[in-house]
Design a protein around this ligand. Structure first.
Ligand code: BES
Ligand code: ZN
Length: 883
């Protein structure tokens, strides 16, 4: 294992590779502890005339068995092989063939990077730098090669053998109990997209006819017996394929597309060319086992990985600094897909909530970094909310700035200009500049400046002049390594909403028109004056969340209630209620800390009641409107000296107040929304269940016996996992006897199903009571739990650290101690998982002094532990840095 502090890698040091690889022939003979890997590479110098270049190949924990150059064994004095590097100082400066034999131990691979075993299945995970754990290779995304893979295995152990591309040949190995398969992928690809799988897998098959009429075979491979649970994922895949054709004009390019679901996986899923590998959590679903949220997630992840075939695979990244080029863009595409499949407004609100809880929080702490970082120590730590979610927002802003038509033209140009290449963010943005003749130089600052811009909007109406003046001021807070910033391009979708709720015409007094309702702020301070404004309006700003900023506007509580009731933009209707709730929660958190009585806001309660009563609104939207901002988001709004107990108390009190005040209508809706007929996972039915379960949750928040027994009854009577989980989840927050009974019942029902047991673990980890930490500790010895399986660890431990702010942040520091212990135990086995867990401590600086000191001490204990992985070392060093 690598333990030394890894080298810093800098964007400005990028150099094209000295050597290119034209073809790779791999021959992998699967064996549980000693798998020989024979790799034959055709290498050629990149460019001519330069000084003779040595050949340096990457490795990680490798074991070289044999090395041949153009068919002849290479004498030992002509190369140096260490576990992490193979160097040939003076290779011939021409095309040559290098044959490398290594041997790897899949069973000992607990990091789940490279070739490993998930249960009885052999599989690979190569992004970002896992291929070098299989063979020596220039393991960087700008080296693209054509791969042919021969896999051999025991027929009984691994009847199914898969790799990227098309099956060329397969058969028995004469005189043995083994067989083989040869796969060829005609598309040149970087090594991180390589994959192979071997195992006893069942398969669901379907077909898809592309827009140009080609037939594609679709296969999803899973553990035997789970085929029925793949049907939704298959349906989502076909919808995603069709959508990419209509929305982006992109069709699939191989004759077969395969997905394999495995139960041990560090991430959600991986887009390997023609052979996606998935965490089975994002494939398996049936009404009895999965919730509506699970179905929604499966649809999004299947689509995301499929969309990478164009944004990531056909056009890949030049280097890992460009990660947002594939991830931000592909998240944008999967968000748009979900918006089109379901409800655009509901999708947008959900995405913005996610952005605020994860990315804004990251951006406000010591791990803040630009969407395109300038330096990294460990690339695995940069698969972050900033690269993904903020990266997606930047693509979305391009569309806001240029309009849908030019945006599509820019995408088309990107696909045609860079197909088959390893590209950069500059090249991507240049396509949009070219099609729209727009200068996007200032826009590029979004990629290089970290931190969430804060925009202060001050509007005033001049009744006599019939004009509305909007002053906008932007500032970007300092972040590590970036003490001061330049103003950015902020596209603000705006409207002036008149008395009747209608959008008033927008005309600037200098004669400029406001194109597509978007004001573009480019300076620190800018004033826009609207002319011919017939009546006093209320400004609706940053509609649809057109820019990923923190906006504060001089809107009164009355203005916000007006927008909540009348704004034509559903996002801002939702936002108005959130703003009102946030103001109250901040006040009451402060009051709770100062032992002052809480403030009541009947206006907010009435506004929520009016939203609930508005039959024209989608149920899922109403549910989101009734959901208060989360504790992490409130904490980030407070920003410093945060007491998580006070945040929790303020939020719990407001939930209870809503439940009490609206008890009548909540009960009514609960009854009215009960579904008849069999469960269906579609957005409309899911939305009704969501609203009904939100009503239940608010009622249970009052702790009234009537509400508790309603939840207990729903738990028992539910005919689908959504309703059963919702009832159990509401109950789990209350200290009532019904809770333990229901939790025991739940485990007894589903003990055999690990993905459902994960839900059970999470529920217990998120109980906001002092006994929870001991319970979590005890559960680590439960037979259903294992530190070796990332899903189990995330369900129990990550859930405790990230979704139970109150108990994780116990004032006695015991929550932090537990995380430190777990991180140190996990690190030698699975550093990526350990690094994600230790990141839970990243916001230590915003805590009140007692907790802050304990959290800092916890981080220091990790930092000074011997033989930390580069992954964990990098996180704790940055989390503690003075900067
Ligand atoms: N390429 C990533 C998976 C990945 C990430 C592999 C980091 C290795 C290291 C994949 O496309 C991805 O982004 N997956 C997400 C889910 C997606 C829907 C955002 C994941 O795994 O969480
Ligand atoms: Zn991705």
């Amino acid at each position: 294992m690598r333990t030394e502090e890894a080298r810093p890698v800098r964007l400005k040091d990028y150099r094209p590779p000295d050597w290119l690889v034209e073809t790779v022939e791999l021959d992998v003979s699967l064996d549980s502890t000693a798998t020989p890997v024979r790799a034959a590479l055709t290498l050629r110098p990149n460019g001519s005339g330069a000084a003779p270049a040595p050949l340096v190949l990457d490795g990680d924990a490798l074991n070289l068995r044999a090395l041949k150059l153009d068919g002849a064994a290479l004498p030992p004095e002509q190369f140096v092989a260490t576990p992490d590097r193979l160097t040939i100082a003076q290779p011939p400066q021409r095309r040559f063939r290098l044959e490398i034999e290594t041997v790897v131990d899949p069973s000992a691979n607990t990091q789940l990077s490279g070739l490993y075993r998930s249960g009885a299945i052999y599989c690979t995970q190569c992004e970002a730098e896992g291929f070098r754990r299989i063979t020596y290779f220039p393991d960087r995304p700008d080296v693209m090669a054509v791969y042919t893979t021969r896999i051999e295995a025991e027929k009984a152990e691994a009847p199914v053998l898969l790799a990227n591309g098309n099956l060329v040949r397969s058969g028995d190995v004469p005189g043995t109990t083994r067989h083989f398969a040869v796969w060829h992928d005609p598309f040149p690809k970087p090594s991180y997209l390589f994959a192979l799988v071997g195992g006893n897998l069942a398969c669901v098959e379907d077909r898809f006819r592309t827009m140009s009429g080609r037939e594609v075979t679709l296969r999803i491979y899973v553990e035997q017996g789970k085929e029925r649970r793949c049907l939704y994922a298959m349906d989502a895949l076909k919808r995603a394929m069709r959508w990419d054709e209509t929305a982006f004009g992109r069709e699939y390019d191989l004759d077969i597309f395969m997905i394999v679901a495995v139960s041990d996986f560090n991430m959600g899923a991986m887009e390997n060319k023609g052979l996606n590998i998935f965490n089975d959590k994002y494939i398996l679903a049936s009404s009895e086992t999965a919730t509506d949220t699970d179905f929604e997630r499966i649809e999004a992840v299947v689509a995301h990985e499929y969309f990478h075939n164009w944004t990531g695979n056909r056009i890949t990244c030049r280097d890992w600094f460009q990660l947002c080029l594939k991830e931000g863009l592909t998240v944008f595409r999967d968000q748009e897909f979900s918006a089109d499949q379901r409800s655009r407004a509901v999708e947008r609100i959900g995405d913005v909530r996610g952005l605020r809880t994860h990315q804004f929080v990251e951006d406000a702490g010591p791990l803040a970094h630009p969407v395109r970082p300038a330096v990294y120590h460990e690339i695995n730590n940069f698969y972050t909310a900033t690269v993904y979610e903020k990266g997606a927002e930047l693509v979305r802003m391009l569309r806001v700035l240029l309009g849908a038509e030019n945006f599509r033209k820019g995408m088309d140009l990107y696909f045609s200009r860079h197909d088959g290449q390893a590209a950069t963010v500059e090249q991507f943005v240049q396509c949009f500049a070219d099609v729209s003749s727009t200068d996007l130089t200032q826009f590029m600052l979004w990629y290089s400046q970290a931190g969430t811009p804060e925009v202060v909007a001050t509007g005033s109406y001049d009744a006599r002049a019939k004009s509305y003046r909007l002053e906008l001021a932007q500032s970007i807070p300092p972040t590590p390594g970036q003490p001061s910033k330049q103003p950015m391009v902020v596209p603000l979708a705006v409207s002036l909403v008149g008395r009747e709720g209608r959008d008033l015409p927008l005309k600037l007094d200098d004669g400029r028109t406001v194109e597509r309702g978007v004001l573009t702020l480019t300076k620190s301070v800018e004033t826009f004056v609207f002319a011919d404004v017939a009546e006093q309006p209320v400004a609706s700003l940053n509609r649809g969340f057109s820019a990923p900023i923190k906006l504060s506007a001089n809107l009164s509580a009355d203005d916000l209630r007006f927008l909540a009731a009348h704004d034509a933009d559903p996002f801002n209707r939702w936002q108005a209620l959130q703003t009102l709730a946030t103001r109250l929660l901040l006040d009451n958190t402060a009051a709770s800390r100062a032992s002052r009585p809480a403030r009541h806001d009947p206006g907010l309660l009435d506004a929520l009641g009016a939203t609930l009563a508005d039959g024209a609104l989608e149920p899922a939207f109403v549910a989101l409107a009734l959901t208060l901002p989360g504790e992490a988001e409130i904490a980030r709004e407070i920003g410093h000296d945060v007491d998580p107990d006070a945040v929790f108390a303020a939020r719990a009190a407001l939930r209870a107040a809503v439940g009490e005040y609206l008890a009548g209508p909540l009960f009514d809706h609960y009854r009215r929304l009960s579904e008849s007929g069999p469960y269906r996972p579609d957005a409309a039915s899911a939305g009704r269940r969501m609203l009904r379960n939100t009503c239940l949750d608010l009622l249970v928040a009052t702790q009234q016996p009537e509400a508790i027994s309603l939840a207990a009854r729903q738990y028992q009577a539910a005919d689908n996992m959504t309703d059963r989980m919702a009832a159990l989840s509401a109950l789990s927050l209350c200290d009532v006897p019904e809770r333990a009974a229901a939790l025991d019942d739940f485990y007894a029902r589903y003990a055999d199903d690990p993905l459902i047991v994960d839900k059970w673990l999470t529920l217990q980890a998120t109980v906001p009571e002092p006994a929870t930490l001991d319970r979590v500790r005890a559960l680590t010895s439960h037979r259903a739990f294992s530190f070796a399986n990332p899903n189990r660890v995330r369900a129990l431990i990550h859930a405790f650290a990230l979704a139970n702010q109150k108990e994780f942040n116990r004032a006695d520091g015991a929550g932090y101690d537990f995380i430190v212990e777990t991180v140190l135990a996990l690190d030698p086995k699975n550093p990526q998982l350990a690094a994600r867990l230790v990141s839970a401590l990243k916001n230590w600086r915003m805590l009140e002094p007692v907790r802050r000191e304990r959290a800092e001490a916890a981080l220091r204990r990790v930092a000074t532990a011997p033989s930390l992985s580069p992954d964990v070392g990098d996180i704790v060093r940055r989390a503690l840095a003075k900067d």
